[in-house]
Design a protein around this ligand. Structure first.
Ligand code: MRU
Length: 347
């Protein structure tokens, strides 16, 4: 099976391994790194070579393929047992995005029923996950765009685009679709400190597709919203709890509170693989904290006063009550709550 080619391809499977566009280097450099073993894949996820919930899941699925190839060559009799350590390494690579656990679980189910050489069936499964993600993003893009009136301004946070998924994007998928339908007057991206996913990645990817974008500092969001320039705050998600609470990039909660205050609508765009029915509410979602060096410095240079400490949670929880609409590939939920989420998941 071939994965349908997209304009921006963060993840490419080659016969001898996995290629990842190194997102730490964008927008200065467009460079792929080539990975042939599961540990390098797990490190690439931890170190943010690849990031964004669906992209992390897809990468991990290909990581399982590399692990199986190696373990099967090592021992035909024992590979199913020895691969468990590799799955654990992948599972430990980042804690918040549920798509990682979801994708590995899908690969595990294939492993359980395999009798012979695992390479082809596992590769087919990883490619199916990858391809379905792109198709789902396109349908979510169209669905989400129907909520946006002509002449609207939108603000997005972090990067929930082609770079964060198999291709096309979730929040940026909606923005792409709305743009192609000539509905958008203006697109704003906030910087998204400390990793600057907005400034480096969202701005790069929209401009790459000739879609104009205006960058704002996160401190300018209230001023922007109060000016009447934006009607929608559109974001992705790393995990959605069973009651509709949304974990996403740190700063999403602030953006949603500001949106509520200024009468701007909040749209969360995510595939159902991001919904975790095992967590009742956002308080149960594990929040990743990263090293304070990421906060205190910029491009490897210390910018904060030497000796200053840093607190660096990289996700926050936006309560369902602040969200106007959740867009998934299975349909849309307005004013999300537990009953509506359960109905969607069982539809
Ligand atoms: O730390 P990151 O860059 O992996 O965080 C990414 C986000 O928070 C995205 O908004 C989220 O994963 C949705 S991506 C379609």
């Amino acid at each position: 099976m071939q994965v349908e080619l997209e304009n921006i391809q963060p993840i490419i499977w080659r016969d001898d391994g996995l290629e990842l566009l190194d997102q730490r280097l964008l927008p200065k450099e467009e460079k792929y790194i080539h990975l042939q073993d599961v540990k390098s894949v797990a490190n690439a996820i931890t170190d943010m070579v690849v990031r964004g919930a669906p992209a992390i899941g897809i990468t991990a699925a290909y990581g399982v393929v590399l692990a199986a190839r190696h373990r099967y060559q090592e021992s035909i009799a024992n590979w199913k047992k020895s691969i468990q350590d590799d799955l654990d390494i992948l599972l430990d690579s980042r804690p918040t995005a549920i798509n990682l656990f979801w994708a590995i679980n899908r690969m595990k189910k294939v492993i359980e029923v395999l009798q012979d050489d695992p390479l082809v069936p596992l590769l087919n499964e990883a490619m199916a996950i990858h391809q379905k993600d792109i198709l789902d993003n396109k349908s979510m893009g169209e669905l989400g765009a129907t909520f946006i009136s002509s002449g609207s301004g939108v603000l997005t946070h972090c990067n929930a685009g082609a770079l964060a998924t198999g291709g096309y994007g979730t929040a940026l998928g909606v923005i792409r679709s709305a743009w192609h339908h000539n509905k958008l007057r203006k697109i704003y991206a906030d910087e998204t400190r400390p990793w600057l996913q907005g400034a480096r990645l969202t701005a790069w990817e929209l401009l790459h597709d000739d879609i104009p974008v205006t960058l704002v500092a996160e401190g300018a969001v209230s001023a922007l919203m109060s000016s009447g320039e934006v009607q929608w705050f559109v974001v992705g998600s790393d995990r959605i709890a069973a009651n509709g609470d949304v974990a996403n990039k740190i700063g999403t909660l602030a953006g949603a509170i500001q949106a509520k205050y200024h009468g701007v609508k909040v749209m969360v765009v995510a595939p159902t693989s991001t919904i975790d029915m095992a967590v009742a509410s956002g308080t149960e979602i594990p929040i990743e904290h990263r090293g304070s060096d990421e906060l205190l410095g910029l491009s490897g240079q210390l910018v904060a006063a030497a000796g200053c400490e840093g607190w660096n949670p990289v996700f926050d929880i936006t309560p369902a009550s602040l969200i106007d609409v959740i867009v998934t590939e299975k349909g849309v939920i307005e004013s999300p709550n537990s009953v509506k989420i359960a109905n969607l998941m069982h539809s």
